[in-house]
Design a protein around this ligand. Structure first.
Ligand code: ZN
Length: 132
């Protein structure tokens, strides 16, 4: 598996591109995807972000190859979360409005946590930080 892809034209002003360059909290790397442990940013144990390595704003812009590799990347991330933290459920959300760079939030939900949309919003904005 080649880990090199053409990133010419990607903006280093992008927060996601910058953190990929610095390999911050990287826990897995595929040709088209990088997995990041987002605990330090979000304050929720087991929170992983799957980021495309190139700039895509929408799912429909992905290459067939990137789509094909998303399944294995997602599986690796889910297994990593389950193995280490055993949440009751793992929510997945993709928004990509703050940065023009497709990324998927994998948000663990534990026994006793609130459930659903409000919990997801708090997890993404880091508002759950105080309870962990
Ligand atoms: Zn970027």
């Amino acid at each position: 598996m080649s880990l090199e892809i053409d990133r010419k034209g990607e903006s280093m002003d992008c927060k996601i591109c910058k953190s990929q360059e610095e390999m911050n909290h990287e826990i897995g790397k595929f040709t088209h995807w990088i997995l990041r442990d987002s605990f330090s940013e979000k304050g929720l144990k087991g929170y992983i972000t799957i980021e495309s390595r190139k700039h895509y704003e929408n799912w429909e812009d992905l290459s067939d190859e990137a789509f094909g590799e998303y399944g294995p990347a997602l599986k690796f991330a889910l297994e990593t979360i389950q193995k280490n933290h055993k949440p009751r459920k793992i929510y997945s959300v993709s928004i990509a409005e703050a940065v023009p760079h497709l990324h998927i939030h994998l948000i663990p939900n534990y026994e006793g946590d609130a459930r659903g949309i409000e919990y997801i919003a708090k997890a993404i904005t880091g508002d759950l930080r105080s309870k962990n």
